[in-house]
Design a protein around this ligand. Structure first.
Ligand code: ZN
Length: 188
């Protein structure tokens, strides 16, 4: 009983410490909008128009956020020429019949407002929407499921929009020495 009492006591301390440390971290962040200072970012003349060609769909996962932007802007050359839908699970939402109408409704908005003719779908390994890599049991099983879902997503897009160009990519976090990099693989 004494051991149980100590465990409960230790648990209470941990619970008390977690909110305290979160508050501390937040309050130590600099306030970048101090005194309602106005922030402005210059937009390139290329972006000041009424439509764009491409829609990029990615997962929200923060680990891939910067890599996704660099990939779209620089590798694919889409800077200032794409809409971006970032949604947990990326294409999982299109493959899943329950959430498919939601993604298609947002996609239809992008098509009608910006005359989209090209979709880039990026899915990634170890995605929380699938339950992470452990769900699949092996790297090969994960690869096969994710690539099959990407291809199914392309079929679904082409059923609705037959003239659309659809490019598929699978991204992974890869250790290279001391660095972690994001690798993109084009899925045909
Ligand atoms: Zn994800």
């Amino acid at each position: 009983m004494k051991k149980i009492g100590k465990a409960i006591f230790a648990g209470c301390i941990v619970l008390l410490l977690i909110p305290a440390s979160c508050t501390l971290n937040k309050s130590s962040l600099p306030d970048r909008l101090l005194d309602n200072q106005q922030i402005s970012v210059t937009v390139s003349p290329e972006a000041a128009r009424s439509d764009c060609d491409t829609l990029v769909i990615t997962c929200i996962d923060y680990r891939f956020a910067i890599a996704n932007q660099e990939f779209a802007n620089d590798t694919l050359g889409l800077r200032d020429n794409y809409d971006h839908i970032s949604i947990p699970g990326s294409i999982y939402n299109l493959v899943n019949p329950e959430t498919r109408p939601l993604l298609f409704s947002k996609f239809a908005l992008s098509v009608s407002m910006h005359l989209i003719n090209h979709v880039v779908v990026v899915s990634h390994r170890d995605c929380g929407a699938y339950g992470g890599s452990v769900t699949f049991g092996s790297e090969i099983a994960e690869y096969e499921t994710l690539t099959a879902d990407l291809k199914m997503a392309r079929e679904l897009f082409l059923e609705k929009y037959p003239t659309l160009k659809v490019d598929l990519f699978l991204e992974s976090l890869v250790k290279e020495g001391d660095e972690t990099k994001v690798h993109f693989e084009k899925i045909l």
